[in-house]
Design a binder for this molecule. Structure first.
Ligand code: NDP
Ligand code: OXD
Length: 309
């Protein structure tokens, strides 16, 4: 049984070692040395060149190295009948929860203001408010959003979530669908975006929806850059309607050198590193899925390509 691997060159070695440790029986073919395409059963990929997967006639499943699958959906030749599985693994989930908790605490504790004061050599206290007075809204209550929401609750923040279908998560107020969006936004002092990029979510945060947030709200976007209309966010940051933003993802990546986000005083930015798939725990998850599938059981976390996630 052979698995094609096409990931990031720098971490290829760690993946090879992890896959060999978890499944010594699996023949690993690292792109571009793919050998006989007809002998490949599974693919584990990030941003494969368009057409690569279409050229594998006996492919049984495609595993995305990331939780997002937009890097696959953009391939016009993606084989339509081969299941696509998104990445769900504990390392990726833990990393995202760390990033979200860190970012929410950063805004909650006025760190953007203190950084500005530090640069101005100003020694001035800002009155602190308790977590119970800071309402956090998590957009996207999937695997990552639910884990982050649970951890945020443990700090004492009132936490709400917004998703396509209603959720019952202990302690988390659930809002769902287009009809639930205005009320959800209206009570999010810190808005965390953990939605996938789909036809329905692209541009969801625009001048109109940003205006529904409480004045001075902060935004943490670690979902996808195209969820936000960036020019609308900049305008809202410039006039103070949005008090600050932590941005890990952008419509264009790498972020162009001329982007005003780079040196905006109310923005913290990171280069799409909110979380990373950890080769060891991810290899264990992929190998478990392959074994399950080979034993005739269904794959988990299969993407509905028509829905986009
Ligand atoms: P899931 O598929 O588990 O969850 C997606 C969530 O989004 C679900 O709650 C879903 O609702 C909700 N959703 C999707 N479309 C809509 C819609 N139109 N309206 C309302 N809610 C919607 O994904 P994950 O939690 O695993 O990952 C989320 C995203 O995080 C990834 O797609 C990726 O883009 C991003 N990501 C970013 C990383 C980074 O480093 N910056 C790292 C990893 C992931 P429902 O539950 O009702 O289906
Ligand atoms: C992603 C990931 O989807 O890194 O961005 O998992």
């Amino acid at each position: 049984m052979a698995l094609l691997f096409k990931g990031d060159i720098d971490r290829g070695g760690s993946w090879e070692r992890a896959l060999a440790r978890h499944a010594p029986e699996l023949e690993l073919r690292s792109w571009p040395e793919i050998g006989d395409p007809a002998g490949i059963d599974y693919a584990l990929v990030w941003a494969p060149p368009p057409g690569l997967l279409a050229g594998l006639p006996n492919l049984k499943a495609i595993f995305s190295i990331g939780a997002g699958i937009d890097h696959l959906a953009s391939d016009p030749e993606l084989p339509p009948t081969v299941p696509v599985v998104r990445m769900v693994e504990p390392g990726l989930t833990t990393g995202m929860t760390e990033f979200v908790v860190m970012s929410v605490l950063y805004h909650h504790r006025f760190m953007l203001d203190y950084l500005a004061q530090q640069r101005a050599r100003a020694w001035r206290e800002i009155s602190q408010i308790g977590p119970q007075e800071r309402r956090v809204g998590v957009m996207g209550l999937g695997v990552l959003g639910q884990d982050a929401a649970r951890r945020l609750l443990s700090f004492g923040f009132p936490v709400a979530g917004w998703s396509r279908s209603p959720k019952s998560l202990p302690g988390v107020t659930s809002f769902a669908g287009a009809e639930g969006l205005p009320a959800f936004l209206g009570q999010s002092d810190i808005l965390v975006c953990l939605l996938p990029s789909t036809a329905e979510t692209r541009g969801l945060l625009n001048a109109g929806t940003l205006a529904a947030l409480p004045r001075g709200a902060a935004i943490v976007n670690s979902g996808r850059g195209d969820l936000i209309v960036e020019s609308d966010l900049l305008a809202a940051l410039d006039d103070g309607r949005i008090g600050g933003a932590t941005l890990d993802v952008f419509a264009e990546e790498p972020l162009p050198a001329e982007s005003p986000f780079w040196d905006h005083p109310r923005v913290v930015l990171t280069p799409h590193v909110a979380s990373m798939t950890i080769p060891d725990s991810a290899a264990a998850a992929v190998v478990a899925q392959v074994r399950r599938f080979e034993a005739g059981q269904p794959l988990e976390h299969v993407v509905d390509m028509a829905r986009g996630y």
